[in-house]
Write a protein that binds this ligand. Sequence first.
Ligand code: PRE
Length: 280
Amino acid sequence: MKVGYLGPEGSFSYGVAAANFRQKDLQAFHTIFDCLEAVESGQLTKAVVPIENSYEGTVHDTLDFLYHQGSLYVEKEMVMPIHHCLAVHPEMAAQSTHLTGIYSHPQALSQTKRYLHEHHKKIPQTVVESTAKSAQYVALHGQKEAVAAICSEQAAELFGLSIIAREIEDSPDNQTRFWVVSKKKNLTSQKDLKKMSVCLTLTSDHPGTLHQSLAAFSWRNINLSKIESRPLKTQLGFYFFLLDIVIDCPISLIELAFEEIHLLNGRIKELGAYPIKIIK
Ligand SMILES: O=C(O)C(=O)C[C@]1(C(=O)O)C=C[C@@H](O)C=C1
């Protein structure tokens, strides 16, 4: 088995992958897209990818791939607390009040926006592929340039950096949902499945179309825990909707709602039904 994740080692995605799979099965990729494409092409059995952060919302690279390119299924969700630190090269630790640049993944820069505004307002920020990549960059270049990385404490340790600030995330309850995706539909028994995610596309646009589709869930007493629109990437004003459905009824009832939506000319793309694991 081969399981892909957004690398290098020390990324949050790596932390989740390592908590679920054997070290020898893990393979690092440069981007979420590369990771998902490798599952799609059969080069990987599975991938562990972030899907949503509690503070910054949906990870669009993941959702867009699964809707537009993928024929992949979600087989498991994992929720992990995300704590960021600010780390520098050990030889720069004494000069850390004179930083010339801060590197990180866009999600991490966004999750620490307020902290950066208050403490490092004028320091230029540079986006890199992952938080661990920023730690790797600082380890390689941080001796000459007074640059810092926003990454996990584990990544800082792994790359031999000195931590100059801990838990710098703006929200104390910062958490990210990760999905394990594969080409196979989940075979887990229904009693373990907690949620189902689907993408809804409306093929006609008249007053009440979305309302009628959502009514297919509400009159069956099926609870939705999330609805979000994303551009269809065709023209301005055209969207698909991500729906997260709580599985507290037989799946056959949810499938009846899908049938009703089809009769209303709505299209449902199933992303999968999955159990949820909370990582402490
Ligand atoms: O950069 C990493 O370490 C990742 O695993 C990516 C990622 C993300 O895309 O959301 C994962 C968790 C955190 O929310 C920040 C970054």
